[in-house]
Design a protein around this ligand. Structure first.
Ligand code: SF4
Length: 867
C-alpha cells in the first residue's frame, strides 16, 4: 500500500505528511518530501500524530441531552429549532461559531447556509481570536486580505524581523527555514518580543519591548528610514496612496529618546535595529499573535505594512510583511467568508458584492451588513438576543476571553448545538445536541496555509461509529430547513468546485483570490497549489479602486497603568501542545515536555512576591481567578508573567487562562487583546502536594489544584490539597491489592494499588513538605515487564535508582535535560550538530534544537525553566 499524502492538522505552516496506514487505527507518519511547505520535515507535533489517532474519548453517536439518538432525530431537531427561532425572533437570533480546524469545504457550506439562506451574517470563527487583526490590516492596506509573501521569501531574505512570534515553538518548520537561511546565507535575525523565548535567544538582535508599544517602535523605525533616505520615494509616488498628515503622524512618536522610553529599549538597541533595516533591502517581517492579540492589533499590522510599503520592500523575492497564521485552515476560512465581517470569496458587504453572491447562490435571503464578531456574539447570547447557537470544532468555553461570562452566556442560551470529535469538552457540557464529526485522518477536503498554499487533507481511516463530515452535517440541516437544491452536495469535490467558481464569478482581476483554474480539476489527485502565485503583488497592482496600496496612519496609544492589578499577564502555547490538547494531549511523548500549566515569572519578582519555584500561585484579574504552578525564568521581563492556554476543566482544576482576560478588543478587527492582561499574584499554601500515576482515567479530583496529562500506559495527575490527602484523593484510588505507608506525624501518604499479577494499577504520593519522589520511574512501572516490589513502589524508587534525566527536552528520543548536559560535559560537545551526532537529540523533528542550543550556553543560563 502506498502512503496517503495529506496535511498536518495543527499550525498554519501546513506541512505535508506521508501517512502509511498500519492496521485499523494505526499509522506511520513521515514528512512529505514533495510538499513545498516542509519538504519532508515535521516538528514534534506532526511527528507524533500517530499517537493521537485512537478512539479514546471520541464522540461516536449523535446525542440529544446526553442520550444517543439516530442521526435523523438529531438533525430534524437542529433544523426545526433553528427554523422556529428564526421565525419567532428573526435571522439574527441565531449564530454559528466555527473554527480554523474546519476544512475549507465545511466552512464554505456553513457560511453559505448562514449568509445566503438563513439571511444573517452571524457566523464567526475562532480565527477571530488568532489573526483577524492581520486580516483587517491587509484589507486597509491592500484592499483585500492578501498575504503578499511565501515561505520561499524567508529562504531569500537578508534580514528577518520576527514580531510577537515564538516561531521556534509555534511554527517550528518555518523556524527551521529561518535557521537554514541564517546558516546558508548569513541572514540576520531580529526578534521583537517582551519574552526571552527560545526564538529570541537565537536572535542577532533581541528587543525585549514593553508590551503594547509596537507602534511606537515601528513608527520610530519608519521615521528614521525617511530621514536616512531609505524610504522609496519613486515607489510611494507610483504605487501607494499616502493620506494627508501621514508623515506628521509617524514622526509624532517623537525623538529617539522618547521611542526608547515608550518601548523600554536602549537608544543603542534602536540604532542597531535602524542600521540593520537600512542595510538590508531584502527584509521579511513575520508577525503573529504577539502583534495580533492586542487592542491595537490592526494598527500593529498596518505599522509593519507601512514600513514595507514606504521602503518598496514588497512584491519582490526575499521581502514583504508576512502574517503567519496559528491554525491549519485559518486562511481557508478567510477565503470562504468564515469571518462575520466578510461575505465569501474575499467579497465584502457593498451592495454590488451582496448582489453578486446572491445571484451566484440563488440565495433567498442575504444580510445587508456584517454580523457579530466573536466577543459581541457571546455578549448577544448573554443578553438573550441570540437564542440558538451552533459551535463547530472549537471550545469557546475555554478559549474566549472572559470565559466565565461566555459560560454564563452558553448556560442562558435556549438551544446549543456542538459538532465535535470529542465526547467531553467544556463547551459540549452546555450543549443540548452533540453531533459526532470526523477527526484528522478521517476527513477529506482542503486547507490553506499561511502562504496561500492549498493542500489536500485525505482520509487514512474509515469514519468511526456514526461520525460524519462537517459539510455533510451542515448540508443535511440546510436541506431539512427547506433548502434542498442549494445543499444537495454529494462530495467535498463538488463543494470545492463551487467555491472555486465563486472566486472567479464576475472577477475581472479586481479580486486576487481567483481559483478559476481549479474548477472541475482532478480533486483527488490535487497537488498543493498557491493561489495568487508566489507574490500576488509582483505586478505592483493592488486590489483597491486606484490600484495603489495605502499607507494607514497609526498612533501609539498610551499604555494602561497597573492600579490594583500591577502585573502584566501574557499567554500562549507550549512547544508540544496544541489548543485544548484534545489531540496532542493523547500523546505520552508530547506530554513530557510540560506536564502541568506553569506561570513563568522573573526570579526577582518571585522573591518579592514571596513565591518559590514549584509553589502554587493564585492569579487574579478583574474577570477571574485560577491557580498555576510557579516556574522561575529570567527570560520574563520584571513585572510580567506568562501562562499557557492549553488546560481545560476536563484536564485541570486550575490553569484556566481563558477566565482571566477581559473581553477588550481591537476596535477595527474585534480581536481580543490576550497578551497584556492586568493581574495580581499571590502564593497559595496547600496542606499537601502530591501526584498520582494511574492506569485508569479517574473522575475529576476534588482537591484544591490538579492537572492531568497522558503518560505511557496511563495518566499522571499533579495534585495539591487543603485538607487530608487520603480523604481528598479517595475517589481517585482504584480498588485492588493495596500497599500503604502513611506517616501522619510527617504528613506523608504513599499508596500503591496492584492488580492480580502484582503490577501497578495506581500509585499516590502526597506530602505536607512537598518532598516527592521523581515521577519517571513510577510512571514506567505502569508498563514494566517485571512487577516491582511494594517496598520499592512505596519508596518511589528501585533499590538501585536510575539516573535522573531531568525534564524532557527531546521528545523523539526521550532525552532529558540532565542526560544532555552530562553528554555535553563528558564529551565536550560544542554544537547542536555535535550533540545530535553523539546522542541523537534534535536529529528527528528538530523541535528541540533551540533548547539544545540553550543547553550549550554557560551553565548560569540553564538554571530555570528548561526545554
Ligand atoms: Fe504540523 Fe509542526 Fe508543520 Fe505546524 S510545523 S504544520 S505543527 S508539523
Amino acid at each position: 500500500m502506498s502512503a496517503v499524502r495529506t496535511t498536518c492538522p495543527y499550525c498554519g505552516v501546513g506541512c505535508g505528511i506521508a501517512a502509511m496506514p498500519e492496521g485499523e487505527r494505526a499509522v506511520r507518519i513521515a514528512g512529505d518530501q514533495a510538499h513545498p511547505a516542509n519538504r519532508g520535515r515535521l516538528c514534534s507535533k506532526g511527528t507524533h500524530l500517530g499517537e493521537t489517532v485512537g478512539l479514546g474519548g471520541r464522540l461516536l453517536h449523535p446525542q440529544v441531552r446526553g442520550r444517543n439518538v439516530r442521526w435523523d432525530r438529531a438533525l430534524d431537531l437542529v433544523a426545526r429549532t433553528f427554523a422556529r427561532t428564526i421565525a419567532e425572533h428573526g435571522p439574527d437570533s441565531v449564530a454559528f461559531y466555527v473554527s480554523g480546524q474546519l476544512l475549507t469545504e465545511d466552512y464554505y457550506v456553513a457560511n453559505k447556509l448562514m449568509k445566503g439562506f438563513i439571511g444573517s451574517a452571524n457566523i464567526d470563527t475562532n480565527s477571530r481570536l488568532c489573526m483577524s487583526s492581520a486580516v483587517a490590516a491587509h484589507v486597509r492596506a491592500f484592499g483585500e486580505d492578501v498575504v503578499p509573501t511565501c515561505y520561499d521569501d524567508i529562504d531569500e531574505a537578508e534580514l528577518i524581523l520576527l514580531v510577537g512570534s515564538n516561531t521556534a515553538w509555534c511554527h517550528p518548520i518555518v523556524w527551521q527555514r529561518i535557521e537554514a537561511a541564517r546558516e546558508k546565507r548569513g541572514a540576520r535575525l531580529v526578534v521583537i518580543d517582551p519574552r526571552r523565548t527560545e526564538t529570541a535567544e537565537r536572535a542577532d538582535l533581541r528587543l525585549a519591548i514593553r508590551p503594547g508599544s509596537d507602534i511606537a517602535l515601528f513608527n520610530g523605525l519608519l521615521a528614521e528610514m525617511m530621514r536616512l533616505g531609505v524610504a522609496d520615494a519613486d515607489f510611494l509616488e507610483r504605487h501607494v496612496e499616502v493620506p494627508e498628515g501621514f508623515w506628521a503622524q509617524v514622526s509624532a512618536e517623537g525623538s529617539l529618546d522618547r521611542v526608547s522610553q515608550t518601548c523600554d529599549l536602549s537608544v543603542s538597541q534602536l540604532c542597531s535595529l535602524f542600521a540593520l533595516f537600512a542595510a538590508h533591502p531584502k527584509t521579511v517581517t513575520l508577525f503573529s499573535q504577539g502583534a495580533n492579540q492586542s487592542v491595537q492589533g490592526t494598527d500593529n499590522g498596518n505599522a509593519i505594512i507601512n514600513l514595507h510599503l514606504a521602503t518598496g520592500r514588497i512584491g519582490r523575492p526575499g521581502m514583504g510583511p508576512f502574517s503567519i497564521t496559528g491554525q491549519p485552515n485559518a486562511m481557508g476560512g478567510r477565503e470562504v467568508g468564515g469571518l462575520a465581517t466578510s461575505l465569501a470569496a474575499h467579497m465584502g458587504f457593498s451592495p454590488e458584492e451582496i448582489d453578486r453572491v446572491r445571484r451566484f447562490w440563488s440565495a433567498p435571503s442575504m444580510p445587508a451588513s456584517p454580523g457579530l464578531k466573536a466577543v459581541d456574539m457571546f455578549e448577544a447570547m448573554h443578553s438573550g438576543r441570540i437564542r440558538a447557537l451552533w459551535v463547530m470544532a472549537t471550545n469557546p468555553a475555554v478559549s474566549m476571553p472572559d470565559a466565565g461570562r461566555v459560560r454564563e452566556a452558553l448556560a442562558r442560551c435556549p438551544f446549543v448545538v456542538t459538532s465535535d470529535v470529542m465526547a467531553d469538552t467544556d463547551t459540549g457540557r452546555f450543549a443540548h445536541v452533540r453531533l459526532p464529526a470526523l477527526a484528522w485522518g478521517e476527513k477529506d477536503g482542503t486547507v490553506t496555509n499561511s502562504e496561500r498554499l492549498i493542500s489536500r487533507q485525505r482520509p487514512i481511516f474509515a469514519p468511526p461509529g456514526e461520525a460524519k463530515p462537517d459539510w455533510w452535517i451542515v448540508s443535511e440541516v440546510g436541506r431539512r430547513m427547506g433548502f434542498h437544491e442549494a445543499f444537495d452536495y454529494r462530495s467535498p469535490a463538488a463543494i470545492f468546485s463551487e467555491h472555486a467558481r465563486l472566486t472567479a464569478f464576475e472577477n475581472d482581476g479586481g479580486r486576487k483570490l481567483d481559483l478559476r483554474d481549479w474548477v472541475g480539476r482532478d480533486y483527488d489527485g490535487m497537488e498543493p497549489h498557491r493561489w495568487g502565485g508566489d507574490r500576488p503583488f509582483a505586478d505592483l497592482s493592488f486590489p483597491t479602486p486606484s490600484r495603489r496600496a495605502r499607507l494607514v496612519a497609526v498612533a501609539q496609544r498610551p499604555l494602561e497603568a497597573g492600579g490594583d492589578f500591577p502585573i502584566i499577564l501574557n499567554s500562549g502555547r507550549y512547544r508540544d501542545q496544541w489548543h485544548t490538547m484534545t489531540r496532542t494531549g493523547l500523546s505520552p511523548r508530547l506530554s513530557q515536555h510540560r506536564r502541568e500549566p506553569l506561570i513563568e515569572m522573573h526570579p526577582a519578582d518571585a522573591e518579592e512576591w514571596g513565591i518559590a519555584d514549584g509553589d502554587i500561585a493564585a492569579v487574579e484579574t478583574a474577570r477571574g481567578r485560577t491557580l498555576f504552578r510557579a516556574a522561575l525564568h529570567e527570560g520574563q521581563r520584571r513585572g510580567e508573567t506568562f501562562v499557557p492556554i492549553h488546560w481545560t476543566d476536563v484536564t485541570a482544576g486550575g490553569g484556566r487562562t481563558g477566565l482571566l482576560p477581559p473581553a477588550a478588543v481591537d476596535p477595527v478587527s474585534g480581536q481580543p487583546g490576550f497578551k497584556a492582561t492586568r493581574a495580581r499574584i499571590s502564593r497559595v499554601d496547600p496542606a499537601w502536594r502530591g501526584f498520582l500515576v494511574t492506569r485508569d482515567e479517574t473522575p475529576a479530583p476534588s482537591c484544591l489544584w490538579w492537572a492531568r496529562v497522558r503518560v505511557a500506559g496511563g495518566w499522571l495527575y499533579e495534585l495539591a490539597g487543603t485538607g487530608d490527602a487520603l480523604a481528598e484523593t479517595a475517589n481517585l484510588i482504584a480498588a485492588g491489592q493495596r500497599a500503604e505507608a502513611i506517616d501522619a506525624h510527617r504528613g506523608s501518604t504513599r499508596i500503591a494499588v496492584l492488580d492480580g499479577e502484582g503490577r501497578v494499577r495506581c500509585a499516590l504520593y502526597a506530602s505536607r513538605s512537598g518532598d516527592l519522589p521523581p515521577r519517571d520511574w513510577i510512571i514506567a512501572q505502569l508498563q514494566a515487564a517485571e512487577p516491582s516490589t511494594p517496598i520499592a513502589l512505596l519508596a518511589g524508587r528501585p533499590a538501585v535508582p536510575p539516573p535522573d534525566r531531568g525534564p524532557i527536552v527531546c521528545a523523539c528520543f526521550d532525552l532529558g535535560m540532565k542526560t544532555i548536559l552530562s553528554a555535553i560535559a563528558r564529551q565536550r560537545l560544542t554544537s547542536v550538530q555535535a550533540v545530535g551526532a553523539a546522542i541523537g537529540a534534535g536529529t528527528n523533528c528538530g523541535s528541540c534544537r533551540p533548547a539544545l542550543a540553550r543547553l550549550l550556553e554557560p551553565a548560569e543560563e540553564n538554571r530555570h525553566v528548561a526545554g
